[in-house]
Design a protein around this ligand. Sequence first.
Ligand code: ZN
Length: 456
Amino acid sequence: MRRTIVYHAKKHLSLIAWMLIISVTLLVGICVYLAIAPAKSGGPTATTKVVSPPVSVVANHYNIDYPIFYNTKVDSLLKDYASDQVAAFVNSLGKDRYDPRNRMTLECSLLHYGSQFATVLFIQREYVVGSAVKASNAQMTFDLKAQKKIELKDLFVSDSDAQLAIGVLLYDYLKQYAPHEFSQEQFSKLSQFTLADIQDFSFGNETLTLSVKPGVLGDKTRLVAIKRSLLDGVLKPEYGKNDKGKDIPVAASYVITERPRPANQIDPNQKMLALTFDDGPGNYTDRVLDALKRNRARGTFFVIGRQVAGRAGTVKRTVNEGNEIGNHSWNHASLPLVSREQLKHEVEDTQKVIYDVAGYTPVLMRPPYGAINPDIAVYLQTQHLQPALWNVDTEDWRYPDAQAMYDRVMQSARDGSVILLHDIHPTSVEAVERAIPELIKQGYQLVTMSQLEQYR
Ligand code: ZN
């Protein structure tokens, strides 16, 4: 149908008009090409040599643009999409399909075009006699190397982990940066965030931008851009990497580039305590994380710098699930006993490795053995670190007995307790697995140490 109609128009145009149209088209074509051509470095690979200007099929009924990547499978998906949209429009017209006043346009732009991924945005407008103009958008992200369209469900290692991690990130970010934009009710709805709340997504060089459905973050669709490295461990490895190329910046309502402070819903009038775990990450840390997650509780983990890189997955998971990470020095050194140079290494290298692995810079430092003096306190201040001690010492390292530890935790729990435990002892972990649900049953909110300090 497109082909037949395109030729009528030509007869009515003079040669000059045609020359004009051709030169304008060329100019526009070049502009579009420049706008979407990828940056040279890290640009297209063998499969995506060049991207052409969007192909235009102009007819008096339809004006259809779609890009060509010289990538057989992706190109045919795009072409099929455009044809399907036209067919659906024609079908919707029924017997009026021959009325030349009815029109449809499909415009496209490349939100991202890099060496591996491309996101295409289509804007479709339908003009039907007697009806208001109907406009709709669709986004498609392609893996050009794998030659396929990426669906939302393809992105994540586990859907349930992904919705928890994204929900926590959104919740914490909005609590920190837009606490008055949403009511308490909207916030509590947000803590039940699921992947079904996502309408669409797009890739940028470093970002995953989610279109969040109306009703979740206000009445309209809202765009939330999240740095993909913050979803490390949540996204499948092939989708977590940066993809250097050309981006058209999307005007996202919220741009999350740093990990926000943990901010689970806390009732300041209810009792609360902080479970803190030192000397990890270790063999049993994931069990503690599982127990916290099962019970929608949060904890604080004071990690030893030299152990972080070897257990990067656990450390990422710790923050992804809304827990707090604190600094517990690089080598578990007693800080008052080391040289200034060694002190800097103990503290600053640990900050750095945690940031490198988890994208989060701790604000709390638990000095090993609780050993601190005024000089060190001043130094920690220059590093934006606050000393974080405890008020309940379970001495779990001394008594490796799960039942005894459980009893000790339960008996010492008070509103405002900061309970010191070690996630490197299986007996402590077993005690905690039992204590967490029990403490919640007794009405305790299990919060991070920074949260506790905010309220107590
Ligand atoms: Zn320690």
